[in-house]
Design a protein around this ligand. Structure first.
Ligand code: HEC
Length: 127
């Protein structure tokens, strides 16, 4: 009896551990997606604008508000504060969300968008 209980206690972790590990592998990697899909135009370094504005601290900021970045009139005039919901709709269909925006690339996959938004949200705050 005692031997069986010990056996169950020691074996249980081996059944449980592989599940979360597998789930993590399946989830898209936000940092990697950002590097491959966004970083050619966007830096996460405050003050470093490329074709698009830097995205450090983008959650919570007004659309079109970075000094020195090149924005369309459409985005500057858009009454948007970037949060998870507004980023989600803009990234899914930039021109549908802000007609006239000069950002034309979309990220259509829902879980990829969620991963990139979480990556941006968890960046160190802009200085
Ligand atoms: C080909 C270049 C390019 C790529 C790739 C690109 N963007 Fe952009 N992005 C832009 C430009 C240009 C703007 C400014 C749009 C405007 O002013 O209408 C912009 C604007 C933005 C804004 C608004 C920022 C602000 O200050 O209001 C966000 C957020 C954004 N992009 C996120 C992303 C994310 C996330 C990705 C990757 C999934 C991405 N972009 C990929 C060019 C790009």
């Amino acid at each position: 009896m005692i031997a069986r209980r010990i056996a169950i206690a020691t074996l249980t972790p081996f059944f449980l551990v592989p599940l979360p590990a597998a789930a993590q592998q399946a989830a898209p990697d936000g940092e990697r997606l950002f590097r491959t899909r966004c970083a050619s135009c966007h830096s996460t370094d405050p003050g470093q604008n490329r074709i698009g504005p830097h995205l450090a601290g983008v959650l919570g900021r007004d659309a079109g508000s970075i000094d020195g970045a090149r924005y369309s009139q459409a985005l500057k005039a858009a009454d948007i504060v970037w949060d998870e919901a507004t980023l989600d709709s803009y990234l899914a269909d930039p021109r549908g969300r802000v007609p006239g925006t000069t950002m034309t690339v979309a990220l259509r996959n829902d879980s990829e968008r969620a991963a990139v938004i979480a990556y941006l949200r968890d960046l160190p705050a802009a200085k």
